[in-house]
Design a protein around this ligand. Structure first.
Ligand code: ADP
Length: 158
């Protein structure tokens, strides 16, 4: 049976932390669908199409990785795409508490889907998209934190 996993998130923008989780999950699944969630209530910093294009560029050499955008529940997307797994990264105990409730609720809604957690590698524990956005917004050097294919030059302060 084909093992299809979703990796949902906002990826605003994709960071080296996300990249590392996807690369480590590659040997575990036949296909990884990076799924960019669109939340009407939460305005993103980078446009949706840009976020999608960046992830596609980062994984252009990996045919197992696809990128989609979606609205609504992750479990509905799992059903639509035939995914049996949801990948999530765990950085801290705060991540764990947050992920536990989402994972348990998702399990209740769609028992056939398993959430698979990968622990972040130590060098990426402190990394999140929020800090990266802040660095970019204030003209700092975000290059140590984002994959090299992500070109943020159009978003630096004038
Ligand atoms: P963020 O929390 O950075 O805004 P997302 O909401 O896009 O990121 O998160 C998508 C998934 O990626 C979540 O499972 C999150 O825990 C995971 N993730 C985000 N940053 C890292 C990191 N530095 N290391 C490991 N996993 C991460």
């Amino acid at each position: 049976m084909t093992k299809i996993a979703l990796f949902p998130g906002s990826f605003d923008p994709i960071t080296k932390g996300h990249e590392s989780i996807i690369l480590r999950a590659l040997p575990l699944f036949d296909k990884i669908i990076v799924s960019i969630g669109v939340n009407e209530q939460k305005k993103s910093f980078f446009p949706l199409e840009e976020r999608k294009a960046w992830i596609e560029q980062v994984f252009s050499a990996y045919p197992k990785v696809e990128v989609v955008t979606y609205e609504g529940l992750t479990v509905d997307l799992c059903k639509e795409l035939g995914a049996g797994y949801i990948i999530r990264g765990l950085r801290t105990s705060a991540d764990f508490e947050f992920e536990r409730s989402i994972g348990q609720m998702n399990k209740k809604m769609l028992p056939g889907v398993e959430t698979v957690f990968l622990l972040t590698t130590p060098e990426y524990t402190a990394l999140n998209s929020y800090i990266v956005r802040d660095i970019i917004r204030h003209g700092g050097d975000a290059s140590p934190f984002i994959p090299e294919q992500v070109d943020i030059s159009g978003y630096l302060p004038k």
